[in-house]
Design a protein around this ligand. Sequence first.
Ligand code: SAM
Length: 247
Amino acid sequence: MRPGAMWGKFPKRSPSGKPAASIGERQRDLLISDFRFYVWRVRRSRLRAELHARIANRVASMMRTGWVVDVGCGPGLLKPHMDSLMKNVRMVGVDIDRRMLAFARTEFGLEVVQGASSNLPIRDEGATMVVSSASIKDWGNPEQGLAEIVRVVKPGGRALIYEFVTKGPASQPKGFALRYGLVSDLLRRMMASLIQFTVDDAHRLARTLKGDVEADVGVETDIGVVRIEIEKHARTPPVVSTSGGMQ
Ligand SMILES: C[S@@+](CC[C@H](N)C(=O)[O-])C[C@H]1O[C@@H](n2cnc3c(N)ncnc32)[C@H](O)[C@@H]1O
């Protein structure tokens, strides 16, 4: 299939029917303002590689085939980790930044589509699974982003949203600089003054979820990351009584 062909068919709409959100939607990560520096840095980051390896392992433990949507995919660094573990899983990256998408497509062959978390360009129940890493803190409206994720996940599917904790408990993992290097440690400290994301923020966001979903919040204390795991319940088929009617 031509890359992107499948996703091209999907209607670009939100449940509210509002037009696509502006590409200038709040993008607070100032460290991304120099694109080339950002990509150069994250490609060398042991911390980012560790996070992506964990996400891929978790996804592999939950699915063998189907479509994964990576919301805020950035330069697509998760793709090689997914490919190394899953041969029958296809992935599409969504990001508001064209440069990120162009890089992810040319460098890693990721299928990509430009769009915002608040208005995902994916059809209802089109994804077996949704992942997102280090992006939700940048979303202008994270509650709407989570609602969109629930909309696009198929019943029985899941979503895994990972974010670095920049403030409060879990924001200062022990031995971090030793394991992940001084640069990562310095950037982690800088992020704390630029963008604040706490474990409580993750709990609060998880509580905003509506519909037939269950959410669990976990903390990966050794890398200072919080994880929101969402399960969308499978629809139970109607029970047919012996007299032939539905109950
Ligand atoms: C820090 S990068 C993380 C990239 C990648 N997920 C990773 O783990 O390396 C955050 C990404 O989220 C994207 N982003 C920010 N706000 C967004 C939004 N509202 N919708 C979609 N993408 C967004 C940015 O353009 C950027 O590529």
